[in-house]
Write a protein that binds this ligand. Structure first.
Ligand code: SF4
Length: 328
């Protein structure tokens, strides 16, 4: 019988999904990923996660608890960074150990530690991790090596598809292509263009983001997400700061906001921040300062948590869209 590896569909899953899934499947394991966040998962999160955690981390707890009796292993890497200076969130590093100590009935957690910025990890460390994990599933070193190679290849392809080029961005701005679901144009002839900016685990989890993508699409809004933005555009914007924004996700978020504020080529920017997220609170403040300096493109900032209601959220978005329509 295949060994079952559980991966909670939350946080870094939304960055490394392709790599992790391919790796374990190539090793011969059955990969079980929790479903998209449901009301049950959210209830588990609220019940069991520490109160002081951010909403996204709480949801991670819900996903892990949902999976715990369905798998033989959990895969929860302690990921610090894949850049020599910039880092992810410290929560990504501590989460596996917190879960391990709070829930002794959890199956074994595979929790490799990797951080290029803080621990100077590189290819040798990666190779060690690949073999350490691989030997839990097979004694064939070639199979392990092949699984590692295929996993990186899958990740490369996934990212190549996800991040658009500067030319595609230009085409989207000029309404020559859609990058996401085609908006419903029953009530308007021309779609509004908005940038939807947040962490990938908010952008892609409809319960977490209160179904904002569908909501916008129904209102005739054509979106681009911060996750899709060309990497070169983000890095160009970061060069303009007089300090280094060293949280990697926040680079993506702030870079997208700065780009559209500066260029004034779309109708508005919608930023979703996570309640009690430290890095988000820095970016909220910075973005709002830049927006005051370049007010032509309106910016709406909304903070989400477990108490946010779809109705209240929808009303704010409607008011924002009405305001844009009146301006236009
Ligand atoms: S970056 Fe913010 S939202 Fe993401 S895990 Fe860290 S504190 Fe939570």
């Amino acid at each position: 019988m295949k060994k079952r590896v559980g991966i909670p569909r939350a946080l870094l899953y939304y960055k490394f999904e392709a790599m992790w899934k391919t790796f374990f499947e190539e090793l011969g394991a059955e990969v079980i990923i929790s479903p998209e966040t449901t009301k049950t998962i959210k209830d588990l999160a609220v019940r069991y996660a520490p109160d002081e955690d951010c909403y996204s981390t709480k949801l991670y707890f819900g996903h892990a608890i949902y999976l715990k009796d369905k798998v033989d292993y959990f895969f929860i890497p302690r990921f610090g960074s894949d850049h020599e200076v910039n880092v992810g969130c410290p929560k990504f590093i501590g989460l596996a150990q917190v879960l391990d100590s709070l829930f002794p009935d959890f199956p074994e957690i595979i929790m490799p530690y990797y951080s290029q910025a803080k621990a100077n990890h590189g290819k040798r460390r990666l190779l060690r991790i690949i073999f350490e994990i691989g030997f839990k599933f097979t004694y064939n070193p070639l199979k392990i090596l092949k699984a590692g190679f295929r996993a990186f290849e899958a990740q490369r392809k996934y990212e190549e598809q996800l991040h658009i080029s500067e030319q595609q961005l230009e085409k989207w701005i000029n309404s020559q292509i859609f990058l996401n679901e085609k908006p419903n144009l029953e009530k308007r002839n021309k779609p509004l263009k908005l940038a939807l900016v947040s962490h990938p685990y908010v952008l892609n989890d409809s319960l977490s983001n209160l179904d904002i993508r569908e909501n916008l699409s129904q209102k005739g809004v054509d979106i681009i997400t911060s996750q899709q933005m060309p990497r070169s555009t983000i890095e160009d914007q970061m060069e303009k700061l007089d300090f280094n924004m060293y949280f990697s996700y926040e680079r993506e978020i702030l870079g997208t906001i700065m780009y559209f504020l500066e260029n004034n080529t779309i109708d508005g920017i919608l930023q979703l921040a996570v309640f009690s997220c430290g890095p988000d609170s820095i970016v909220l403040e910075l973005a709002s300062r830049y927006s005051r300096r370049q007010p032509e493109t309106p910016l709406l900032q909304l903070v989400i948590d477990e108490l946010s209601s779809e109705v209240g959220f929808s009303t704010r978005i409607e008011a924002f869209i009405d305001m844009i329509d009146r301006r236009n």
